[in-house]
Design a protein around this ligand. Sequence first.
Ligand code: HEC
Length: 270
Amino acid sequence: MFNRLIRANGRHRRLEGWPLVFTILTTGAILVGTVVEFAPVFLVGGATEPLATVHPPTPLELAGRDLYIREGCNNCHSQMVRPFRQEEIRYGPYTRAAETVYETPHLWGSKRTGPDLMRVGGKYPHLWHVRHMENPRSTSPASIMPPYPHMLTRETDFESLPGKMRGLRRLGLPYTDAEIENAVALAQAQADSIAADVVAQGGPDRLARKEIIALTAYLQRLGTEFDGSPAEEDRELHEEQEAIEVLTDAATPEATPAQASGAAPSPRAN
Ligand code: HEC
């Protein structure tokens, strides 16, 4: 075996001695690799065409997205559910490429100190996010997520929104002139509505202009624009999930007094 390796090595050495031939062969190898990498992007049309239900973020959601990037949330949270069974059971339908065409830059990520946030939109009421950001331990007792109380006192920068939207339009996001002109008013209207919900849910007053509301608007949109039509495999998965629940319920011993009295379940380990 070693002899064969040494012979192959010798042939390679000889090849390296012919600079022109060697250059042509390596260039060819790199070109083949490039085609293999790029071809799928052009051949799989669905990867670059947005789903009919997908829209670019509203002005307020855009402000929230910038806060998410500013605070480095993506250092601990990914936004991509992988097409694996265990991922779908935990987070929901896997992320379609067509859902993220308006993401500039992408926040898919791979670092998961915290859970994936791709489908967190609508999972909790607005007030939950306010409380969780102010102090993660108040909603998730064993959380190691840092608190962001400053987001409840700092004002959202609404004025920069039209400029940001114009910039994003040059990168291909289909914002209309009217949306850009009315960006500030649109953002404030959405913020007022979320802030009113927070108050109705028993939360603090006068948050509408604060960063926490923009961030909440952004978090609540995540993953909600998927057209909902579960692929065949999703339906199968759902049935399987229900079967697992039935099995685990049957296997769980009598509820402890704490559980029976409705105490909060222990936080999920990551
Ligand atoms: C040091 C890592 C870390 C950073 C930075 C971080 N998080 Fe978290 N996050 C976690 C962990 C761990 C959890 C799970 C425990 C919990 O719910 O707090 C979590 C949970 C969450 C949840 C609840 C997810 C669910 O499905 O229950 C949301 C929403 C969230 N984080 C948003 C954010 C946002 C927004 C930021 C940036 C402002 C951020 N996180 C920054 C670690 C982090």
